[in-house]
Design a protein around this ligand. Structure first.
Ligand SMILES: [Zn+2]
Ligand SMILES: [Zn+2]
Length: 460
């Protein structure tokens, strides 16, 4: 997989005579469930008004029914029984479509065994926002590898019993699936928690961070499995919101963050991201690339950029932590985009403790919940505490501008100012002046200068 050619674009515009890339951030149409370039996103015949609730729900049920029809229940139950001492099992008919545990990318069916124990079947959804088979399978395989690795360090996560890939002739189940253990309890972010309850959860999360910090990797990338079930580090196989594919693996943080910035510059030039203000967006990522190359993403000892590296759950927005009625963590789920990263990112402020409003407004500083986690680490005399209470550069870098979301130019500039402040740089007050200076700084770089000229043409 390491030699896999880089995917050039996620989708091409659905207008048959148009060869432009579909815009990731603004090109999806929920009316006709297709992806379009910036020009055709607004002008292809569909209403610009969002779907009403009934229409949205109807479209979702049709998608799930179509997915469900592809699943060979007999083959699935046979595989599960075979892996559980031949014990008979059945699929839970009360949630036939797997909606009650549905996320943006997966549904979960429940398999109930004769002894009343249950496993979950994690099935990859297939809709107009899905990737091609190759990337979908690589992301899926990476999660399987991550679950297998977590089992080796006795980390509380779903146990993986079996899996099959999409459009793989050897997969008798018919869809990409994992057979996993069911984690009891409820997602943390769906509970009304008191400060004391949250502190209890963060104390346990601190222990889990400490456990991850005892097991390192020599490169930055995503875990993957070979045909014999061996785990290794391959390229980063994607991002939480599907804006990156196949980056790395990397041997140091400077390469990783700068390649991440360059990937965004490529998406901007191809019209896949930020197509309503491409020049400003390009200049922002060019600036971030330089900061990354200068080692500014690392505010600790320079050698931390060279490893070792640690596993990071990149979709840790609170629904990934399951707790029981007494707020004991029962498991951490949803490892799709986990990757190995420098220590200061792995254990630095992340989504779970974020006040996202502050990030999008460019408001600097850490949240109250960031404080709970760093205090818990401090109380355990962990060396990780200093990362947890450091500035949240990676969080703003990866989860702000790197979310693949539709945002206005003003919001993007606010996020950029937040990143600069977290890096200890002066926020920008006069954007026009900054833009002119940034363009003139690129004057000696022929490639960047000609790219900027062509983006300016697009803006006109
Ligand atoms: Zn449409
Ligand atoms: Zn088009």
């Amino acid at each position: 997989m390491e030699n896999r050619p880089r995917m050039s674009r996620f989708w091409t515009c659905s207008i048959s005579t148009c060869s432009n890339a579909a815009a990731i951030d603004i090109g999806g149409c929920e009316h006709c469930t297709k992806n379009y370039c910036t020009e055709h996103a607004a002008h292809h015949g569909c209403s610009e008004a969002p779907l009403d609730d009934a229409a949205w729900k109807g479209a979702q049920v049709r998608e799930l029914q179509s997915l469900r029809a592809k699943i060979n229940d007999e083959a699935l139950m046979k595989r599960a029984s075979g892996l559980n001492q031949g014990m008979p099992c059945r699929l839970d008919e009360t949630d036939f479509l797997g909606e009650s545990r549905m996320g943006g990318m997966h549904i979960h069916l429940r398999l109930i065994f004769a002894d009343h124990s249950a496993w979950l079947v994690r099935v990859l959804r297939q809709n107009y926002t899905s990737f091609d088979d190759g990337l979908s399978n690589d992301i899926f395989l990476s999660e399987c590898a991550t679950l297998k690795w977590l089992e080796t360090i006795d980390y509380p996560a779903p146990r993986l019993y079996d899996y099959g890939l999409r459009n793989d002739p050897s997969n008798s189940v018919g869809v990409a699936f994992m057979l996993i253990s069911e984690i009891p309890g409820n997602p943390l972010n769906q509970l009304d928690t008191s400060e004391a309850q949250l502190s209890k959860v963060y104390s346990q999360l601190a222990d889990l961070h400490i456990r991850l910090s005892k097991h390192s990797f020599d490169r930055i990338g995503s875990l993957t499995l070979d045909a014999n079930g061996n785990i290794s580090i391959g390229p980063i196989t994607g991002d939480r919101t599907g804006t990156l594919s196949y980056l790395g693996p990397f041997a140091n943080g400077r390469e990783y963050y700068s390649a991440w910035s360059r990937e965004y510059m490529r998406l901007i030039v191809d019209g896949q991201m930020f197509s309503q203000y491409p020049v400003n967006a390009y200049l922002i990522f060019k600036h971030l690339e330089q900061l990354a190359l200068d080692g500014k993403c690392n505010q600790f000892e320079a050698e931390l950029d060279d490893g070792p590296f640690y596993l990071k759950h990149t979709d840790d927005k609170g629904d990934h932590i399951f707790v029981d009625d007494d707020y004991n963590i029962t498991g951490i789920i949803d490892w799709s985009f986990a990757r190995t990263v420098p220590m200061y990112e792995a254990f630095g402020p992340s989504l779970v403790t974020a006040r996202m409003g502050d990030i999008f407004r460019g408001t600097t500083g850490l949240s109250e919940q960031d404080g709970y986690l760093s205090e818990a680490l401090k109380a355990k005399r962990s060396r990780l505490a200093r990362f947890a209470q450091s500035s949240d550069t990676a969080r703003r870098f990866i989860f702000g501008l790197g979310m693949g979301m539709s945002m206005s130019g003003v919001e993007a500039l606010g996020l950029f100012n937040g990143i600069l402040a977290a890096l200890g740089e002066e926020p920008i007050a006069d954007w026009q002046k900054w833009r002119e200076n940034a363009i003139s700084r690129c004057a000696n770089d022929d490639k960047a200068a000609s790219t900027i000229r062509s983006l300016i043409q697009k803006e006109l």
